[in-house]
Design a protein around this ligand. Structure first.
Ligand code: NAD
Length: 485
């Protein structure tokens, strides 16, 4: 039985609250460990440790910081299988995905931001006789608050740019997935990160609140639900912290009549069933040109039927378990609602595995609905499970109008073989990340982030540097004060 702990001052630390919460394997429904909930004292000590770490780390040269982060990338990759297995036990996602994506995309962030660390610089302004320049300085102690769907990736996507810019980090993993951030702490320490630079505190929402309310934290980066984002922003306002919010979505995927049908079906499946649908940017509103809708649905159902649901630890499995009993009930609640609001095309039931080891797991069949009711709740609200809704459109304008008719703006996709149409449509889509003829691809060099109530700020790419630095402008007088006095 594992015991997830805090990590600060360069070492594991026991939580002092005396309270524990359970770590459950969603594929079996069984308890696999206890997590010590941080007390306010623990959180204060972790933040103090990050303050100490900042004094050392921010004074190191960016070249040295970058070298350490790149070494951490190699060490993380070397522990890929071990970390992937932790993610599978904590999240319920298929091992084939965790091995391919979760750890590797985290390592990519450490490598990328380690690589550009020495190139983060200010600018020089020639003012004739005199001049000014800017310095890009770190913010100080940052807090990262993670969601549970991609725990190690989220920890790395926040920590790598923060550290590359000279900040230190106190990271709170989601309470359902407490373990992989601790491996990141071990890896960073082994790579040469000084004590206090990366710290982990365990706990539920109230530990997140301790971070957002703390005066010694200069920045909060949250990945989570829209309602949590609003609370985090309000709490951060008390001390005017910098805030990055990577929140939920209900993204549109538009399939035009000139799209390559097989590619579009693959795209729609990638946009809905990967990680059993627990992906923020998923294209869960699939708008299909009316003229090809029947053919699209037939092909989609035929392919979806072949998906292998089952034991996440089996490398052949393609659809794992939902994260928790509570989330399973939320998703199946939406499916029951969908049966009233729309036509059920495929799936729609709990999946009970023959394998007795996982018969208590929270598995749901990949599910497809069809409707033209834009007001249906399954069309408007984020479900965060393997539930796709197919909707019709007649004209390009209608597709754009319906696609943009949402409070969210995280992502969008278009499948078409017409180049001009592709550009016209993505220009009109209100989303921070748009894909043409693909979906959910996120190379590290490319900024990823939301529009509208899906949040603000960017992760990945050079744009992230803005989120973890502040500009100091320095004016140098080379002449005399031009004084009227
Ligand atoms: P959540 O909002 O319930 O929790 C996220 C984190 O916030 C957890 O660590 C939680 O303990 C903490 N938290 C909760 N209340 C808090 C508060 N008042 N103050 C401070 N911290 C608080 O989200 P979740 O259920 O863990 O994750 C699923 C959500 O995350 C979905 O909406 C999904 O779309 C979103 N998500 C977004 C992205 C993105 O990049 N935009 C990526 C992954 C997931």
């Amino acid at each position: 039985m594992n015991k997830a702990m805090n990590f600060y001052g360069g070492q594991y630390q026991k939580a002092t609250s005396g309270a524990f919460f359970e770590n459950i394997n969603p594929a079996t429904g069984e308890k696999i460990g206890d997590v010590g909930a941080s007390s306010e004292r623990d959180v204060n000590e972790a933040i103090a440790s990050a303050g100490e770490g900042f004094r050392v780390w921010s004074k190191m040269s960016a070249t040295e910081r970058g070298r350490i982060l790149r070494k951490a990338a190699d060490l993380l990759r070397a522990r890929n299988e071990e970390i992937a297995k932790i993610e599978v036990e904590d999240v319920g996602k298929p091992l084939s995905e965790a091995i391919e994506v979760d750890v590797m995309t985290g390592a990519d962030a450490l490598e990328y931001f380690g690589g550009i660390a020495p190139s983060i610089h200010g600018e020089h302004y020639d003012l004739g006789n005199t001049f000014a320049f800017t310095r890009r300085e770190p913010l100080g102690v940052c807090a990262g608050i993670g969601a549970w769907n991609y725990p190690i990736q989220i920890a790395c996507w926040k920590t790598a740019p923060a550290l590359a810019c000279g900040n230190t980090m106190v990271f709170k993993p989601a309470e359902l997935t407490p373990r992989s951030a601790l491996v990141l702490a071990e890896v960073l320490k082994e790579a040469g990160v000084p004590d206090g630079v990366f710290n982990v505190v365990q706990g539920e929402a109230e530990v997140g609140q301790m971070l957002t309310g703390h005066p010694d934290i200069q920045k909060v980066s949250l990945t989570g639900e829209v309602e949590t984002g609003k609370k985090v922003m309000a709490a951060s306002a008390g001390t005017l912290k910098h805030v990055t919010l990577e929140l939920g979505g209900k993204s549109p995927l538009i399939i035009c009549e000139d799209a390559d049908m097989d590619e579009a079906v693959n795209g729609a499946m990638m946009a809905n069933f990967y990680t059993q649908g627990e992906i923020c940017s998923n294209g869960t509103r699939v708008y299909v040109a009316e003229s090809i809708k029947e053919e699209f649905l037939n092909k989609l159902v035929a392919k979806t039927r072949n998906l292998i649901i089952g034991n996440p630890s089996d490398m052949k499995t393609q659809v794992g378990a939902l994260i928790s009993k509570e989330h399973f009930e939320k998703v199946t609640g939406y499916i029951e609602l969908g049966k009233k609001e729309a036509r059920l095309v495929y799936g729609g039931e709990r999946y009970v595995c023959d394998d007795s080891e996982i018969s208590g797991g929270f598995f749901v069949e990949p599910t497809i609905f069809e409707t033209d009711n834009e007001d249906a709740r399954i069309v408007k609200e984020e479900i965060f499970g393997p539930v796709m809704t197919v909707l019709p459109f007649k004209t390009e304008e209608e597709a754009i109008e319906k696609a943009n008719n949402t409070i969210y703006g995280l992502a969008a996709g278009v499948f078409t073989s017409n180049l001009q149409r592709a550009h016209r449509m993505v220009n009109a889509l209100q989303a921070g990340m748009c894909w043409v003829n693909n979906y959910n691809v996120n190379p590290m060099e490319v900024p990823f982030g939301p529009y509208k109530q899906s949040g603000f700020g960017r992760e990945n790419g050079l744009a992230t540097i803005d989120a973890y630095t502040q500009l100091k402008t320095v004016y140098i007088e080379m002449d005399k004060v031009d004084s009227p006095y």
